[in-house]
Design a protein around this ligand. Structure first.
Ligand SMILES: [Zn+2]
Length: 271
């Protein structure tokens, strides 16, 4: 959900179209996972990371390695951020230098927060690397990682090495790549002290948005925003909820993953 209740992907598409009217923008209201990563990456020139957890990044990394697509990795938490440009066959892959991280044990921005400035820095550096790739210039963070800490105002470039025993890209892989769990419910960054959960359907749906709105109103929810790719409604007990056309449900103010799953099943039950 964007600030006005529109799906984030819809707001992003609108902004990009306003910035560059001659660019075709195709928003996909999907949650990236190990099952759809290859389909999403196929035939693209470059992938730019705006993800917020490691599991979908590993899925992207593997798809990019397999399909030979450059991947501009970027991540941020608290006041720290890092960026590296991964060129399959030429540089280390993500799992050479940041493999085997379990999202469950990493600090979450819903708990520790992230400073808006570091997001701006990481995003701008990623954009500049992406433009270099598109123009056929050498990316400057190829085989290197830029690490920034605005809590100390440290900016450091670190050379990173390919791990020859990397299970994804190594010449002598050791073991098989870490299994990527496809979680149906994930917790997003909290809003105003409320927990926010995202529930994905097993397979993307193609919901009839008008039917969905009628069913939500019938259930007593007040529709706040009617977008092309999603609808946002208020739930008197908790706060806002959204349903995207692909069947993704985002809900505020519930206490557990189970509760969020139950809520999603109820909402989608009638459509
Ligand atoms: Zn690797």
């Amino acid at each position: 959900m964007g600030a006005l209740g529109y799906a984030k992907v819809e707001v992003a598409a609108k902004k990009l179209r306003e910035l560059s009217p001659r660019v075709d923008v195709e928003p996909l209201p999907l949650a990236l996972n190990v099952d759809n990563a290859e389909d999403l990456v196929r035939n693209v020139d470059v992938v730019v990371d705006g993800l917020d957890s490691m599991t979908p990044r590993y899925a992207i990394n593997r798809a990019c390695q397999k399909l030979n697509v450059p991947y501009v990795f970027g991540a941020a938490i608290m006041m720290m951020g890092s960026v590296s440009t991964i060129i399959p066959g030429k540089t280390p892959c993500l799992e050479c230098f940041q493999g085997n991280l379990d999202d469950e044990t990493l600090p979450k921005c819903s708990v520790v927060g992230v400073h808006p400035s570091i997001l701006g820095i990481v995003a701008s550096v990623e954009a500049s690397e992406t433009v270099r790739i598109i123009l056929g210039k050498e990316p400057l963070l190829k085989g290197r990682m830029l690490h920034c800490d605005i809590g100390r105002m440290d900016f450091e470039k670190i050379d990173i090495q390919k791990a020859e025993n990397c299970p994804v890209c190594g010449s002598e892989p050791r073991g098989s790549p870490m299994t990527l769990q496809r979680k149906q419910v994930v917790e997003l960054c909290g809003r105003g002290g409320k927990r926010v959960f995202l529930v994905s359907p097993r397979k993307p749906l193609e919901l009839d948005m008008e039917k969905l709105r009628l069913s939500l109103e019938h259930e007593g929810y007040e529709i706040k925003v009617k977008g092309d790719l999603g609808v946002t409604f208020s739930n008197p007990k908790n706060g806002l909820g959204s349903v995207l056309r692909s069947g993704i449900v985002i809900v505020e103010g519930l206490q557990s993953e189970e509760e969020a799953q139950g809520f999603s099943t109820r909402i989608l039950g009638n459509t």
